[in-house]
Every structure is written in C-alpha cells, then in structure tokens.
Design a protein around this ligand. Structure first.
Ligand code: TUI
Length: 315
C-alpha cells in the first residue's frame, strides 16, 4: 500500500499521514512516535524561542531515524531565528501556519528541505506554489486553533484543481472514512491534529485530553474574528468572557491580554475553564486515548472496508 503515493515518495515515509504541528503539545515525543509509526511527525514550534526548538529537534533526532518536520508558526515573535535553527539543523520537512512563508522558501529549498505551507485559500496556495512550495496542506475551518473560513470539503478540491503539486487535506479528519474522503477530493495525504491530541504519547495535561474526549459535535466555538485571527477551541468560561468582551467592542490590547498564555494554561496546567482548549470539530467523534502506532494502523487498516462501502453504494 502507498508504494506509488507521491507524498510517501517525496518525503520517504510509509504512510501519507501527517501529524499537525501543534503549539506546546506537538513535542518531540509525539513527533518521533508518529514518524516511527510510519507517518510524518511534526514538532510545533508555536511561540518557542529558538534554543528550545533546537533542543526539541535534537531530541527527535535521537528518538527516530525517520523523516520528521517542524511547523513554523509565522505569527511567532521568533520566526526569523526559528527559521535559522531549522536551516542549521537541516530539518527534512518544514510546514508553516498562520501566514505567508514566501520569503523563507528559497533558503529552505537551497538545502533540500521540503517546504509544505498550510493554506486556507486558493489564492495563497497558488502564490506559494509559484514561490516553490513542494506541496500544500489545505486546511479547512473544521480544524482546531488558528483557522481560515472555508470548509475542508469545499477547500480541498478547489486547491487540488488550482495547483500542480500534491495536496494534503486537513481539518475534520480522524479516521479511515475521513482519509478516504480526502482521497476522493483529490488529496494525496491527510494531516490530523485532534486525533493525535488524544494519544498516549501526547504530553497534553490529562484534563485537556478528558475535555476533548467529552466534546460533542457542537462543543467548539470560534473567537478572535474581530482581531483577524480566528481560533477554534472548546467553549468554556474563557471563551464566553472573550465573546462578551468582543461584543462590547473591547480593544485589540484587551483581547490579546485575555488570550495571552491561555493555551499553556490548558495544555500544561490543566485549567480547561480559564485556558484555551484548542481542538477541531471532529473532537465530538473521539472517544479513546490510544498509542500513536494504533491510531495510524487503524487508519490504514480501515481503508479497504471504506472503499468497499463506497463501491457498494455506486453499484
Ligand atoms: O497555524 C495554524 N493553527 C494554529 S497556530 C496556533 S498558535 C496560536 N496561538 C495563539 C493564538 C493564535 C495562534 C494555533 N493553531 N494552522 C494553519 C493555518 N494557517 N490555518 C490558517 C492559516 C492561514 C490563514 C491565513 C495561513 C495563511 C493566511 O493568510 C496569510 C496571508 O498573508 O495571506
């Protein structure tokens, strides 16, 4: 299986499954587990200072012989230094989020790093492919954290039609059905974040994982639209306070102050009421914590039954 998959060939991985690069919880533990299981593990640089990222990369190198990636969050105050670390450490794959990485593409390509930006629109996908992106991740608004406005269902086929590089589908995918649907839309691979949050290897606080397991289909909300960077997370005390202040016309500074440090409060201190539990809409379907290897094997082993089911309907 996947011998001819263009993403598996491009990145030298066994399965076309990426782990989304999540701030604070996309650590070297999770990334190396995903890479060792045959997927592409990705360290989420988030707001990490450059030295902390270098340490994470070096840990991952010690724990896996397989390719792995770093996700550079372009809104980070350390973005330039973080890109420098990625170059010095010759990380095989770089994904980016929350911005346009165009200016960094030439230097990364120069050393052979594969550059795979996350896009939430056709326009940015086209622009980045012109700049030299090796593939793009089309991420729908179902995703957790910082999001765009278009659904995965509508975005993926439009990006597939617009660019001549492989497309990885993200947003709302957590099992074999989602993976088959991504293939049906023309994607060559999938990226999952939420599913890997509830893995044994993810270091998120137990309260964070419990909150995700309890989530239903309508448990998430989007805040921050007025600031121009919408974020999806579990509705809680903090999100309600945020909504109240947003509706009352609070200033950018006031809203940013409310959000500052709130992700770490949830991921590391386990405060799931006053912190931000970023997670995608598919969390309503997640009901167990499993080892990364089992998550990936279940995805792959479940595909034939899904394909058979699809064919039976068109018979
Ligand atoms: O980046 C993400 N998801 C994230 S980053 C993050 S860290 C954070 N912490 C606190 C507040 C805000 C963020 C949490 N989740 N996903 C990739 C992604 N990129 N989704 C959407 C985009 C995107 C949106 C607009 C990419 C580019 C873009 O436009 C850029 C341009 O200049 O046109």
């Amino acid at each position: 299986m996947f011998e001819n998959n263009v993403i598996c060939k491009l990145l030298k991985i066994k399965y076309p499954i990426f782990q989304g690069g999540m701030a604070w919880i996309g650590t070297s533990e999770l990334a190396s587990a995903v890479s060792n299981a045959g997927g592409l593990g990705i360290i989420g640089a988030g707001h990490m200072p450059p030295d902390a990222l270098r340490a994470e990369i070096q840990k991952a190198k010690g724990w896996t012989e397989q390719p792995f990636g770093v996700n550079v969050m372009l809104m980070s105050p350390f973005v330039k230094e973080v890109m420098q670390v990625v170059l010095e450490e010759k990380v095989p794959v770089v994904t980016t989020g929350a911005g346009n990485p165009g200016e960094y593409v030439p230097a990364l390509k120069e050393i052979g790093t594969k550059v795979i930006p996350v896009v939430a629109s056709v326009a940015l996908a086209k622009r980045l492919v012109r700049s030299g992106a090796d593939a793009v991740i089309a991420e729908g608004t179902e995703s957790g954290g910082h999001i765009g406005e278009i659904t995965t269902m509508a975005l993926v086929p439009q990006v597939v039609d617009a660019v001549d590089v492989p497309v990885i589908a993200a947003g709302g995918i957590a099992d074999s059905r989602g993976m088959a649907a991504a293939f049906a839309l023309g994607a060559h691979a999938v990226q999952m974040g939420s599913r890997f949050v509830v893995s044994e290897e993810c270091i998120a606080h137990p309260h964070y994982k419990e909150t995700v397991l309890k989530a239903k289909d309508r448990s998430t909300v989007v805040t921050g639209r007025s600031l121009g960077h919408p974020v999806r997370s579990i509705a809680n005390k903090l999100s309600r306070r945020y909504e109240e202040m947003e509706a009352a016309g609070a200033s950018t500074e006031e809203l940013e102050k409310l959000g500052a440090g709130s992700l770490h409060r949830a991921t590391h201190e386990g405060d799931v009421e006053n912190g931000t539990v970023m997670i995608g809409e598919i969390s309503g379907m997640l009901s167990d914590i499993k080892p990364v290897k089992a998550i990936i094997e279940d995805m792959v082993n479940g595909l034939p039954a899904v394909f058979k089911n699809i064919e039976s309907k068109a018979d």
